[in-house]
Design a protein around this ligand. Structure first.
Ligand SMILES: Nc1ncnc2c1ncn2[C@@H]1O[C@H](COP(=O)(O)OP(=O)(O)OP(=O)(O)O)[C@@H](O)[C@H]1O
Ligand SMILES: [Mg+2]
Length: 244
């Protein structure tokens, strides 16, 4: 496949069964994410945003359809190979940071490289740690840090292996406006300065305006694919489409 693409999904569906009833989380999504780009994924609660990220990241298997990370097609991989791919080629950032409380900042950041058994790229790690502003915090534990600092550690951890793509599911959802802006500027700079690829779910039009592109989901399908636009325009699109 095209090497300019970090991730591609084709005909992606995901149906869950709850109390014997099928629930369609994804109803056929086709999307491609170019390397070195920042995409925001928006849409109402329950529209399938997290499911799209989880299936594209190999954290969940789709019911049908295919996912490529670079030129690796995920459905062909064994569980072991899929685990390795997730660890070595994908970064994930969660709303709730998900750091390990017993480990220091440095140990949290180094954990993915340690688990992969590969020698860390110290030059890369040094640049990431410096850019996220954690140089003076490396021996601290997550509980000693603010929410914004913890999220910066999580971002550094996600980037440590220099992944093909970083998926972030509402990374600023638990942060105040000012701290959120710092985290968004950081994600933006990872794309601009380091050529990383970021796909971020958000409910906030201001957060989405940091991205190069905004995908809008509704009922498990992509209903809008917008180029970089301002927050006001994004809010307008969301309102026109979904206000009762
Ligand atoms: N593990 C699961 N088991 C059953 N149903 C699920 C599961 N995960 C998601 N769903 C259902 O799939 C649909 C899409 O969920 P998803 O979490 O992807 O939405 P979302 O767009 O991320 O919503 P939110 O903005 O609230 O986070 C919803 O109807 C949800 O209830
Ligand atoms: Mg979600």
């Amino acid at each position: 496949m095209n090497d300019m693409l970090a991730v591609r999904v084709e005909g992606l569906t995901r149906t869950y069964t709850t109390d014997g009833q099928p629930v369609t989380a994804l109803a056929g999504v086709d999307a491609a994410f170019a390397r070195g780009t920042f995409t925001a994924v928006m849409g109402p609660s329950g529209s399938g945003k997290s499911t799209l990220l989880q299936t594209a990241a190999g954290l969940d298997r789709p019911s049908s359809g295919r996912v490529w990370v670079g030129d690796t097609e995920l459905s062909k991989l064994s569980e072991t190979k899929l685990t390795e791919l997730r660890r070595d080629r994908i970064g994930f950032v969660f709303q709730s940071f998900n750091l390990i409380g017993a480990l220091t900042v440095e140990e949290n950041i180094l954990l993915p490289s340690k688990l992969s058994g590969e020698k860390p790229d110290w030059h890369w790690l040094g640049s990431v740690i410096e850019r996220v502003g954690l140089t003076n915090r490396l021996t601290h534990r997550p509980a000693q840090l603010s929410g914004g600092q913890q999220q910066r550690v999580a971002i550094a951890r996600a980037l440590a292996v220099r992944p093909d793509v970083v998926f972030a599911d509402e990374p600023t959802g638990a942060l105040d406006t000012e701290t959120a802006a710092e985290v968004l500027a950081l994600l933006r700079s990872m794309v601009d300065e380091f050529g990383q690829t970021v796909v971020m779910v958000t409910h906030d039009p201001v957060a989405a305006s940091y991205a190069d592109r905004v995908l809008v989901l509704a009922d498990g399908r992509i209903v809008r694919d917008l180029p970089q636009v301002g927050a006001e325009k994004i809010a307008e699109v969301l309102a026109t489409r979904w206000k009762a």
